[in-house]
Design a protein around this ligand. Sequence first.
Ligand code: ATP
Length: 320
Amino acid sequence: MMKTIAVMTSGGDSPGMNAAARAVVRTAIFNGVHVFGIYNGYKGMLKDDMQELTSRSVSDIIQRGGTFLGTARSKEFETEEGRRKGYENLKKHGIEGLVIIGGDGSLRGGAQLSEECDIPIVGIPGTIDNDVWGSDYTIGCDTAANTIVDAINKLRDTASAHRRIIVIEVMGHRSGWLAMTAGIAGGAEYVLVPEVKYDIDEICDDIKESYARGKRYSIIVVAEGAGSGVDIGKIVAEKTEIDTRVSVLGHIQRGGSPTVQDRMKASQLGEQAALALISGVTNVVFGFEAGEVVRIDLFEAVHNKKTLDPELVRLAHVLA
Ligand code: ATP
């Protein structure tokens, strides 16, 4: 059994990362294992920005968005020399294993570190994009989807009052899960995602017909990877000649107090990750499949690309 482990958050922050880190820290301490927090992701690892945590260090954070450990992106860690430097810093503190909470890039960094240096790694998927292969769920996706649905509800009220079309741009450069899920839950008429081709002329004709039949509003959710909300709004306004407004939600989607689902799942993943790591398991990612916690091979997780569930695309189309 290990004596000392560390936990870090990396890449884009997501609501629930705190709950996961808290679970890792408290599980380690519960089992008599020392636990370090590495501040500001790989950047902090290279700067030796880490310190031992107590149970108290993670008090009063489960309800907060963001991450008390901070997060960052590091170009230096992408080099072998950088990773070696990070490893030396871990060794200096007697850290025998590492829990990394982050998106696919962060997990890729962990896989590289594990391949080159003798350090066991356990990953926890933390990103609002829900795009880590092998897991149905990533920490923060539920809170972010709820934030978008809340915005859709409010925008729909005003759209309906003015008979407007509303275009809402949401996050998702390469993954449309967030747009699709929030679009379905928010009752959007159209959801544009990077994974699915769309015909803007067809959409505009469709909207014109629906307005002719008496419809009072139309909601178009656009994942940023499917096009700019502003540009799409301009085209739609021009082609339909219907009053159109654009709302770009931006970083508001990253923040906020995590939902119960994000807190619960993050806590479960944090506990399982810490238990596995201290008992000598390495190169795995803990995720969810069909509601159960599952172990995913770290290398498979980072080498495969998660695809958007076609069932979601179909459902969005049927219910529009
Ligand atoms: P999100 O997609 O939610 O923003 P992420 O974890 O995918 O989160 P990235 O910016 O892709 O975010 O990665 C975070 C950090 O992980 C990078 O700044 C870099 O230090 C490290 N990293 C990413 N890819 C690699 C890689 N192939 N090799 C080594 N390190 C990497």
